[in-house]
Design a protein around this ligand. Structure first.
Ligand SMILES: C[S@@+](CC[C@H](N)C(=O)[O-])C[C@H]1O[C@@H](n2cnc3c(N)ncnc32)[C@H](O)[C@@H]1O
Length: 234
């Protein structure tokens, strides 16, 4: 996938953190998604829908762009502006209580969002697995703590994230939380390579949250954190 073809869509208005398109590109490079126009992909915690746009263009599938903080109306307007309404459909549902039809998704993608709602054992099996078809693929990228600092998120990250520090978990912790199930044929969890590029795209913006992150990047974010990639194949 050529990230430069999405340059016109990536801006301080559409970014909500480190460049989600770079994170998605790395996941797709490692695990390319094959889909047809009849397949449905759930983009869970899609924010402003940047990754939903990329998934639509790269796979040709129908994308269910679901988010909690950004309304379906806002995303619907953006998708119309981007010329993908019809192919990318906005939803506003809490990932902890989804109401989609069961066993319908060919793939589930979640970028920089999973840590907000999935940080307990059994979440995947209970809340997401029922919506996935057999053979489905799951691609997740989240900010996390490097394995070397496991168990020290509160101590090391609370100056930056306050009470949310404990949401950042290391690859080994995510492996334990993800667990297993008869329908889960393989699980892969690793520290991603796109850390520096994804962060520098975000820190270069004038977004007020990026300004806050800039103050902590060299002292906290860079030494202690990483992006955790997760791949699950049913
Ligand atoms: C940091 S933003 C990232 C958005 C987007 N994926 C990106 O990378 O630009 C985190 C997103 O997670 C979503 N989120 C948090 N909790 C959620 C929940 N319980 N259900 C669905 N989405 C949730 C928020 O609505 C928010 O848009």
């Amino acid at each position: 996938m050529d990230i430069s073809s999405y340059k016109g869509y990536i801006s301080e208005e559409t970014m909500m953190g480190p460049n989600s398109v770079r994170i998605l590109a790395e996941l797709l490079e490692r695990h390319p998604l094959q889909a047809s126009a009849h397949d449905r992909i759930l983009d869970l915690g899609c924010g402003t829908g940047l990754t939903s746009l990329v998934l639509a263009k790269e796979t040709g599938a129908q994308i269910y762009a679901n988010d909690l903080w950004v309304s379906g109306e806002d995303n619907g307007r953006r998708f119309a502006q981007w010329g993908v309404n019809g192919q990318v459909i906005p939803f506003r549902q809490d990932a902890k209580e989804l109401h989609f039809e069961k066993e319908q998704f060919h793939a589930l993608v979640s970028i920089d969002a999973y840590h907000y709602f999935a940080g307990y054992r059994g979440f995947f099996q209970e809340k997401l697995l029922p919506f996935l078809r057999d053979g489905a693929e799951v691609l997740i990228g989240v900010p996390g703590l490097k394995d070397a600092y496991r168990g020290r998120a509160g101590e090391l990250l609370s100056g930056w994230l306050g009470g949310d520090a404990c949401m950042l978990k290391s690859p080994a912790q995510w492996r334990e939380l993800t667990g297993s199930h008869d329908r889960m044929k393989s699980v892969e969890i690793w520290e991603m390579d796109c850390f520096n590029e994804a962060w520098s795209d975000w820190l270069a913006t004038e977004n007020k949250f990026a300004a806050g992150d800039r103050q902590h990047f060299e002292t906290v974010i860079k030494p202690y954190t990483c992006f955790v990639g997760m791949y699950i194949k049913l």
